[in-house]
Design a protein around this ligand. Structure first.
Ligand code: PBG
Ligand code: ZN
Length: 324
């Protein structure tokens, strides 16, 4: 055969669907997905979230039924976000044993004990100013917020949350929560740190979903999206502080960061496909520009390929209903 023809022909392994699936390197399953949910107190009906077509706020009274429905579809884990009607300056409802944070975990675990419940641990949905901690002279007071994060984590864990997921982006939050949990006798409760959390414009729809009161931004505590070295440093600091698992958020525009952290740490790593990523896919599909199902699978596969073990995604239930 003439040497002008290629010897290596990758197309040999792409010739049909059986060959392609046999040589596929990356896969995801329901074991890898966490469904974030929004639960509102004191309402009777589901409330559609306009900026996230297909996602609804769940009335607290219907949470148990929803958890059962997710479990039947094969969902293994949820992350709870509360939409509170009890706002104050420091978000004190979050550490009440009968506050919304505690009730969401209790209801979910009572409904389906095998469902892994992760409790988003922050204050922005419970403060009247919308920031993720206590305000002091117009700044979020790091160390006072740490004390409150510890109290919230203990309340959620006592109510049954399996995993505490602090998203407030305070320095030292993992260590503060670990200590508070251990002192309360909750040494088996795990911490999924939002360890590399960028101050991203892709959280836009979440603010409607969670009913955030925020004016301004979170740039004084969340990370600058342009920083790669700092992104690795933040996750390694959380590992040092006792995190059981790490996270990169958002996911799709940060695949390089996922890969960097995958190589720098041996902890389980998750990535959060956030509300804006969801909305971009949904609205583009509604406009007829892309095929939603294929883009969803490609985006999640890419996040896994970059190095994430777990993915938080609002598409989890759609995939579960599709039988993955
Ligand atoms: C709150 C929190 C946010 C998200 C998760 N936890 C919003 C923010 O930090 O502004 C974003 C989730 C999403 O956009 O899907 N700390
Ligand atoms: Zn917050």
């Amino acid at each position: 055969m003439s040497s002008q023809f290629p010897e290596a022909r990758p197309r040999r392994l792409r010739r049909n669907a059986s060959l392609r699936s046999l040589f596929q390197e990356t896969e995801f399953s329901l074991n890898d997905l966490v469904l974030p949910i929004f639960v509102e107190e004191e309402i009777d009906d589901f409330v559609p979230i306009n900026s996230m077509p297909g996602v609804m706020r769940i009335p607290e009274s219907k949470l148990a039924g929803e958890i059962e429905r997710y479990a039947r579809a094969g969902i293994k884990s949820v992350m709870t976000f509360g939409v509170s009607h009890h706002l104050d300056g420091n978000g004190s409802d979050t550490w009440s044993d009968n506050g919304l944070v505690s009730r969401m975990s209790r209801i979910a675990k009572d409904a389906v004990p095998d469902m892994i419940v992760m409790s988003d641990t922050c204050f922005c949905e419970y403060t009247d100013h919308g920031h993720c901690g206590v305000l002091h002279h117009h700044e979020v007071d790091n160390d006072q917020t740490l004390i409150n994060l510890g109290k919230q984590a203990v309340a959620a864990a006592r109510a049954g949350a399996d995993v505490i997921a602090p998203s407030a982006a305070m320095d030292g939050q993992v260590q503060a929560i670990r200590r508070a949990l251990d002192e309360a006798g909750l040494s088996q409760t795990a911490i999924m740190a939002y360890s590399t959390k960028f101050a991203s414009a892709l959280y836009g729809p979440f603010r409607e979903a969670g009913g955030s009161a925020l004016k301004g931004d979170r740039k004084s505590y969340q990370m600058n999206p342009m920083n790669r070295r700092e992104a690795v440093r933040e996750s390694l600091m959380d590992e040092q502080e006792g995190a059981d698992a790490l996270m990169v958020k958002p996911a799709g525009a940060y695949l390089d960061i996922i890969r960097d952290i995958r190589e720098a740490s041996r902890l389980p790593l998750s990535a959060y496909q956030v509300s804006g990523e969801y909305a971009m896919i949904k609205f583009a599909a509604q406009a007829g520009a892309i095929d939603e199902d294929r883009v969803v699978r490609e985006s999640l596969g890419a996040i896994k390929r970059a190095g994430a073990d777990l993915i938080f995604t609002y598409f989890a239930m759609d995939l579960a209903l599709a039988g993955i």
